[in-house]
Design a protein around this ligand. Structure first.
Ligand code: PLP
Length: 447
């Protein structure tokens, strides 16, 4: 009864992110009530394994008492402190220092945001400021990668290269350019790493030349493209792109909003790729989704350029909730849990998940299995040789997700019939095995 009235209130008043307003009104909301570890319970008491960690964010798993206690303790002592006017508080300062110690190279300066989209948006602002400070304000053109996702603020949505985030909004803007994705499974050049890397390098160079070498401000990449369908670049692709940017004097931004905090194994995927970006963005796993927080990491030379450029003037960028002490206290505790065993468990669980999903390759609907660590995808096709995507009437996200839900599994479905996985790092062997088994059942039911 209570559930019915909530569904009705939701239908009338709550606007959901990234959903078909009318479709949602017709289907109604599924209400989650509680969660522990990797299991969530819905309003009807049904238990499901959260194979997507909320929205690839609850890396530490649900119900971590020490995290809850850290938030409560910070709220009791000091629930809010601004960073404006030279003020501050202990938790964000400690967190910035801890993160700087663990970040690749000299990414020593950290600006806290509320999530990933405003972290990306902040980098756009800081990049512009950087080039003004360098005396090159004409460098105002940005390049990102097709299939990429960089959030949905007005400016960041234009770096995002998924049509669903552009249609009807009038983005991208003329200053936002794209190069092709590596997307190995569907790359017209095939999946030979060297061929794909060489082609991307050539395309980036050509794009910069076409825009004008002295006009390009920055290049954005995800170490693994998440919302585009978990597209893993060939080893060396990121490094090659980083090298081109360095050579051409273009700032390189690694968007680690998904890949940060153990999702692929190490704390940051950039380190694994052997690169040091000029900027790095994080969110999600930073607080494991318990409270909102994102971060922009700046390399020493970026910070110094902006600082020197501003001189005694304030750098006019900031939010009321930048460096929120409760979020920072949560992030510090989450980091302690990660390093106290969750990162190790995540590596073990990731290997098991990848092996389990690989075992699905024999299924007639499975065209591709890809991923790294606890970030994975299975791409479904009706013809393996021709790589024919599932027909439109079978693949709508809701259909596949409903079927998974009925099996007690939450996953995400992307365009082209791709199942995405990002379970919490705390998953046990039996939970990982259940994710794989339930996926097989869903595929059998979809045949
Ligand atoms: N960047 C990447 C790579 C993401 O995957 C996301 C969200 O999924 C964002 C940015 C935006 O983050 P948020 O949803 O926290 O605003």
């Amino acid at each position: 009864m209570l559930t019915n009235s909530l569904v009705e209130l939701d239908r009338r008043h709550l606007v959901h992110p990234v959903s078909s307003f009318r479709g949602h009104e017709a289907r109604g909301v599924r209400i989650l009530k509680s969660a522990k570890g990797a299991t969530v319970t819905d309003a009807e008491g049904r238990q499901l394994i959260d194979g997507f960690a909320g929205l690839w964010c609850v890396n530490a798993g649900y119900g971590q008492e020490s995290v809850i206690e850290a938030a409560a303790e910070q709220m009791r002592r000091l629930p809010y402190a601004t960073g404006y006017f030279d003020l501050g508080s202990e938790a964000p300062i400690r967190l910035a220092a801890e993160l700087a110690e663990r970040s690749p190279g000299d990414l020593n300066h950290i600006y806290f945001t509320l999530g990933g989209s405003d972290a990306v948006d902040s980098t756009i602002r800081f990049v512009r400021y950087y080039w003004h400070a360098k005396g090159q304000p004409q460098r105002d053109q940005f390049i990102s990668v097709e299939q990429g996702y960089h959030g949905s603020t007005t400016m960041g949505a234009g770096l995002t290269a998924l049509p669903g985030f552009h249609d009807g909004f009038g983005v991208p803007y003329a200053w936002q350019h794209k190069i092709s994705s590596h997307y190995l499974y569907r790359n017209p050049l095939g999946d030979d790493p060297k061929t794909v890397i060489d082609a991307s390098v050539a395309e980036l160079r050509a794009k910069v030349a076409a825009i004008g070498e002295d006009r390009v401000a920055a290049f954005y990449v995800e170490p693994i493209q998440g919302s585009g369908g978990v597209l893993v670049p060939p080893k060396g692709w990121i490094k090659a792109m980083r090298d081109v940017c360095k050579e051409l004097g273009i700032l390189f931004i690694a968007d680690e909003v998904i890949t940060g905090f153990g999702r692929t194994g190490p704390i940051f995927a950039s380190a694994e790729e052997g690169i040091v970006p000029d900027f790095m963005t994080c969110a999600k796993g930073l607080t494991s989704g318990y409270v909102p927080m994102g971060a922009v990491f700046m390399a020493d030379h970026v910070y110094d350029t902006i600082a020197d450029g501003a001189g005694a003037k304030a750098v006019g960028h900031g939010f009321t909730y930048s460096a929120h002490p409760v979020s920072a206290a949560v992030a510090l505790e989450v980091l302690r849990l990660y390093e106290g065993g969750l990162f190790d468990n995540g590596i073990k669980a990731g290997a098991r998940l990848m092996a389990g999903l690989e075992s699905l390759r024999d299924h007639p609907l499975v065209g591709d299995v890809r991923g790294r660590g606890l970030l994975a995808a299975v791409e479904l096709v009706t013809d393996k040789d021709k790589k024919t995507p599932l027909p439109a009437e079978v693949q709508p996200a809701t259909r596949l997700l409903d079927r998974a839900w009925d099996q007690g599994l939450i996953v995400r479905s992307f365009a082209q019939g791709v199942f995405g996985y990002a379970p919490p790092l705390c998953c046990t062997d039996s939970e990982i095995d259940a994710i794989v088994e339930r996926t097989r059942t869903v595929l059998d039911l979809t045949l």
